[in-house]
Design a protein around this ligand. Structure first.
Ligand code: NAD
Length: 307
């Protein structure tokens, strides 16, 4: 498959590297010149449980230098950069191009559908982890899965082809119609752990030092999933609470991305996580006091840290 990935940071490079290794024609597209130059000159250094190696059979370019129409365009920027990134590669979105988002948060379909008809948008969720070590160097340890579907819910051959291509690359992908429940459960998990850590400065395991950490996290999960349930999405609140408890017990020293962003003086994804849920809850007359307070606190932390 001819695959272009716009936003080739930690996740985009992991997916791009694995997809290139399994024989696809991959182009990484990013505005980070140091990363693009490193991949172009030395290949992508990819450290996974499968080994530490360099992937050279892939292209790396800035958006304005990308050419041709891919079969699949994956968007892997942080959600606040989706629209700018798609504007930058508008010239790649030909009549047959499908666009896939496995980004966290809500609102991804709506942003992509401004650039491509809804029937060519694929949406999903992934539990694969990845970190940027430095320019041209990404690592990902542990296992994950991908679940995806057509954004309009219609079963199409192309969607299962994408799932097959991702699975062949070792990314363990299924195409199934219950992706929205998984997306909302991940939003609830992130709304809880990311925003509490971002405003408290705690790593995930440090939330377990006082009962307040788990209590607040559980309140956020309950609030967020109450919106999903009202929208008719069959989320599993008990499973989500268990995942949060397990993360607090086991994710020693882990700084969620929202905390990393605040510490680095970058904007966070809070608007597409807590912010998007609060926005959906308003017209439904659902009150989300903890989620909304955390949203305001993260906004304040961002305003202080972003120069
Ligand atoms: P990242 O910051 O490592 O990568 C994002 C990349 O997008 C950067 O390289 C940046 O330069 C690039 N970018 C920004 N604006 C751009 C533009 N206009 N054009 C082209 N490129 C642009 O982020 P990440 O950790 O890879 O996360 C990407 C998405 O995946 C996020 O939504 C995140 O929540 C989600 N996610 C991350 C993980 C993880 O473990 N890292 C796991 C699951 C989901």
């Amino acid at each position: 498959m001819k695959i272009s990935i716009v936003g080739a940071g930690a996740m985009g490079s992991l997916f791009g590297g694995l997809l290139a290794e399994s024989g696809n024609e991959v182009t990484l597209i990013d505005v980070n010149d140091a990363h693009i130059d490193a991949v172009r000159t030395q290949g992508l250094r990819l450290a996974t449980d499968g080994g530490d190696r360099r992937v050279t059979a892939l292209k790396a370019v800035r958006p304005e230098d990308a050419t041709g129409f891919p079969d699949l365009l994956m968007v892997f920027t942080k959600t606040l950069h989706t629209s700018a990134a798609l504007s930058g590669v508008r010239h790649l979105i030909g009549p047959g191009v499908h666009v896939l988002s496995l980004q966290n948060g809500l609102g991804n379909v709506e942003k992509i559908a401004e650039f491509v008809p809804l029937e060519r948008v694929l949406i999903g969720v992934t539990t694969w982890p990845a970190d940027m070590v430095g320019p041209g160097h990404v690592h990902s340890h542990g296992q994950g899965v991908v679940r995806l579907m057509a954004a309009d819910g219609v079963e199409r051959r192309f969607v299962s082809q994408v799932a097959e291509v991702l699975t062949k690359a070792g990314l363990d992908c299924t195409s199934d119609g219950t992706v929205w429940a998984a997306i909302w459960e991940k939003v609830a998990f992130n709304a809880a752990l990311n925003s509490i850590c971002a405003v408290s400065g705690c790593t995930v395991d440090e939330l377990g030092r006082l009962p307040d950490g788990s209590r607040l996290a559980n309140e956020v999960v309950t609030e967020v999933l109450s919106v999903a349930l009202r929208l008719g999405i069959e989320v599993d609140a008990a499973k989500c609470r268990a995942n949060v408890a397990s993360a607090i017990d086991h994710h020693r020293g882990h700084k969620p991305s929202m905390l990393q962003d605040v510490l680095a003086g970058r904007r966070t994804e809070v608007e597409s996580i807590n912010g998007a849920v609060v926005e959906l809850a308003g017209p439904l007359n659902i009150k989300l006091p903890v989620t909304e307070t955390l949203l305001s606190l993260v906004r304040l932390a961002e305003a202080r840290s972003v120069a």
